[in-house]
Each structure stands twice: as structure tokens, then as C-alpha cells.
Ligand binder design. Sequence first.
Ligand code: SF4
Ligand code: SF4
Length: 135
Amino acid sequence: MLKPADFFQCQKCGECCKGYGGVFVNKQEIKHISRYLNMDAESFLTDYCQWSGGRPLIRTSESGYCVFWDKVCTIHPVKPRMCKIWPFIESILVDPTNWDVIRSVCPGVCGNVRSEDLTECVRQVLTQYERDCHC
Ligand code: SF4
Ligand code: SF4
């Protein structure tokens, strides 16, 4: 059986951490990240988040990257779900051609992938996340 690593090897280029992000954080993520940063949740929201549609998302710094990008993700062990599952996101299950869109911005993903194999890997990643996540 093919594994996610057969389709994706992160090049650590930071491209996915660049730009005005859609990296929203939920209550559990706020709790985990603020604890990791040794600060309270309110300070984390004030210092590192902005609001969009009534929900907090991680801010982009003046460099154009996520505030937590510094050649690596500085909150890697507690980074939000979106960052943990990337690039195996749900929208691929809706339309596998979304993989091509991801491929255009992420040099770590392979092309010429069969849709069935890809969707199976997305399911594997999402299932593993639910198993590991203590939210
Ligand atoms: S864009 Fe892709 S290869 Fe680059 S850091 Fe993000 S996930 Fe890794
Ligand atoms: S939290 Fe980490 S992985 Fe996610 S966008 Fe920010 S720097 Fe990138």
C-alpha cells in the first residue's frame, strides 16, 4: 500500500508559511500553543493572532511569512491542524485535482499521482491525526 511519504517529502522551503494565511486556531490549539510558548491564551491571541470572520488566525509578519516561521516552524510540535496535515487536506477528497493546485506552490509534492492512491493517503493522514490529536 502506498504511504503519504510516497507522494510528499517536505523540502522545508517555507513557501506554505508565506502570505496572508488561513491558519485558523481553535480553542485547543490556542491552549497548546500558548502553553508551549509559556504564555497565557489572551497574550497569545493579542501578540500572535488576528481576527477574520470572528475567528482567530495566526498573523503574518512584515517579512510576509507566518510569525512563527524562522527558517523552520518554531512551534512545530504544537502547530495547528492545517499545518500538521498539509498537504493532505480534505479538499483533495472533494476534488483530487486540487493536488495540482497544491503542487504549484509546494515543491515537496509529486506529480502523476493516481487519484485513488492520493485520496487513500489523505484518509490515512486524517485518520492518523485524529488518533494522535488529544483535542
Ligand atoms: S511548501 Fe511544501 S515543501 Fe515547502 S515547506 Fe511547505 S510543505 Fe514543505
Ligand atoms: S505555524 Fe508553523 S507550519 Fe504553520 S504556517 Fe506558521 S510557521 Fe508554517
